[in-house]
Design a binder for this molecule. Sequence first.
Ligand code: M6R
Length: 602
Amino acid sequence: MCGIVGYIGPQEKKKILLDGLQELEYRGYDSAGIAVIADGKLQHFKAVGKLKNLREKAAGFRSEGPGAAIGHTRWATHGKPTELNAHPHVGAFSYVVHNGIIENYRELKEELEAKGVRFLSQTDTETVVHLFEQKIKEGLEPFDAFKATIDRLEGAYAILLISEAAPETIFFAKNGSPLLIAFDAEEIYFASSDTAVIGHAKEAYYLEDGEYGYARPGEVRLFGPGGEKPISTQPLPADKAMAQKDGYRFFMEKEIYEQSTVISDTMLGRVLEDRVEFEELDPGLFEGIDAIKICACGTSYHAGLTGAYLLERMAKIPCQVEIASEFRYKEPLLTPDTLFITISQSGETADTLEALKMAKRAGLRSLSICNVDNSSIVRESDAAILTRAGIEKGVASTKAFATQVMVLWMMTLYLGQKRGTLEAETLQIELDAMRRTPKALLVEEKLHERIHRLSKRYLHGHGFFYIGRDLFYPLALEGALKLKEISYLHAEGYPAGEMKHGPIALADAELFTIALMPRTLLYDKIKSNVEELSARDATILAISPEEFELADDFIRIRHAEHPMLEFFEMMVVTQMLALEISIRLGNDVDMPRNLAKSVTVE
Ligand code: M6R
């Protein structure tokens, strides 16, 4: 996730910015930059990679005395992680940093290009600085020009802009991405997260969506949809580690809560009114393709399995899913009419990368679904779709899985459109359901409290069976993986209909069955599978919108009309259950024993 800092005051600005960005490093980034306006003149430095590269580039630069400055760490979403794509973005006399995604940037860019503006980067952000300068050229005062600029923006943003047209001033705006202003006597700080300013300032104002304004020495003016507003500050937290986790106990917990927001980023600019678009994909990629092979490991493999149900059902394309470490040595038959899709959060998983190289050697076209641009898997693939989950710190994957599944669902519709396998009405139903996903991923306090209370009953026993059917079978696998990774309890995911072919022999009161019982998909079938287990005295925890009288414990999810909405809600429940059990057992949730975040060995 990108990070923003800003500063107005007399101190050495480069140092304040770089130190602030350093504090935001934990959010992940692949390039960084700063811009300073001092003595009415702008200067900027950008570098790809770690902040030390930026420090080296700016080593000889000093910026004490009055002035304003902005800085940014970028996690690539639109355009590669290059210096040109790094922020701050440059106009003729202004600079901008931005977090979020400007949805209508293509339209704005075309409009500006028609007026002779030349773009340097591939980013959506650059439109902001050119639009601002265009308004100045049209004769508007700087603040009016800024207001007119943000009025044109659609999407999510936290923006800081500085300009020679208003030296010592930072213009700011927030909509959908976090931004705060912090104060220390005469000095004014901006940041996307309070960790960047803890230790510098004591009080902060956290902006609301739709707010904007400007700051200059001794003056901050804040505006909202209803006009000018007073600024009421609150004390900044003292604990940086806690602040990095946004107050959550563990990164994994924070990442579970973040899912509702990051899934919107995954969809932004891709889920349109009447269709799905991937502007990063060359339509030729799918020409002559009659089958799909998905290859991945761990959680990404489970996302792949989910995708295969969707792709076959709606895009009517045969789809096989393979565990990368198995695929590598099975001497697979590979034909050029097959699109080879790899899924990887890190983009560095050795087995997945080697499988991809094998497929390429066999002449297959390749597409990766990945969270890290410029990773080995992305570089090796013919095309890539970024999941835009932001950095995931917890070793147990949560938001990476949610966004991978979303990309696969979107790809299903994209291919369904292309292949003409989706009725217009079905497409609309799917798109409507997609748009409701962020809500389905919201964690209600009541639900968290219920799972916390229930978790104490599940700390012993001789194992867990997560069972589900259809789409809910891969979710059962993923739920079981989450539990074993962080609780060290034995858990298996199983297709519910298969239990009677062997595992039911294990059933007794000490066998915990987590039954995924969606109302919209094969409810009666899974119900009878669970009844069979209950008859053998297994302890049943049912997760469903329908009360199930044979369940020993029950977690109710909201009623939804679409299986994917039930899928995402149940996913949150299984993640939370694993988290709460692990916390009760006193384990290190974020760094479970024997596991690494990125598995770069075979
Ligand atoms: O980075 P990748 O998605 O390629 O990683 C694959 C697996 O190592 C990963 O999903 C692993 O299973 C996670 N720890 C699951 O929580």
